[in-house]
Write a protein that binds this ligand. Sequence first.
Ligand code: PEP
Length: 256
Amino acid sequence: MRRKLIAGNWKMNKDIFEAGTLIEELKTRLKDFRNEVDIVICPPFTSLVVAKSLIKGSPIKLGAQNVSPQDDGAFTGEVSVKMVKAIGCEYVILGHSERRQFFKETDELINAKLKKVLAAGLTPIVCIGETLEEREHGITDKVITTQVKGVLHELVSSEVEKLVIAYEPVWAIGTGKNATPEQANEVHRLIRKLVGQIYSWNIAEKLIIQYGGSMNAQNAGSLLSQSDIDGGLIGGASLKADAFVTIIQAGAEASK
Ligand code: PEP
């Protein structure tokens, strides 16, 4: 049985003071949490240090939203894997569609970052997903296949078994328009099949594949109870303690 992973992508929201308030609210609401799912928050870089100290003793783990593919040096404005690891991050989101769209990240670049994150012993949450235009043209499977092969290029089995994939249809991110549970599950099954073909069925069966795209307190239960949806990567709803904890509870319920 795959353990569900509920991760909050805070994007460019919450300064250190606001982050502190949200984490305290989460901790209060998670007092009776029985450890049924893994919980991660991914605040902006500037809030990671304060977040790390505040989550101590709670079930919440820490992730970064991005890293540089470089180790160190003259790369103004960039942050390395070593730096986020030193803070205590255990996860790193890579290849989010906003990074692909606004910062022109390619599968090749995401693959380079992925290798660095794995080499540092952190868990990458690698995002893939089709645009609305691609879905309407009936090429979702082709796009997903290209992205899976591109981001996993040259990775060996022992690396692939350590990563998480987030299927995030671009048309569902921040739009309030989620994929139906069946639509999402179909793509999750395709991703698992591809990983099974490239690596092995044993690895594919263990792979955590999250869904992301307007997951909220209302739709989380039906999405998370699908056979191949192993968690959620949540944007907007992770900024509100009540909504995020309701999603965590839906994950716990679906894990029974
Ligand atoms: C995301 O940012 O990964 C995301 C899924 O956002 P939202 O939940 O707001 O659609």
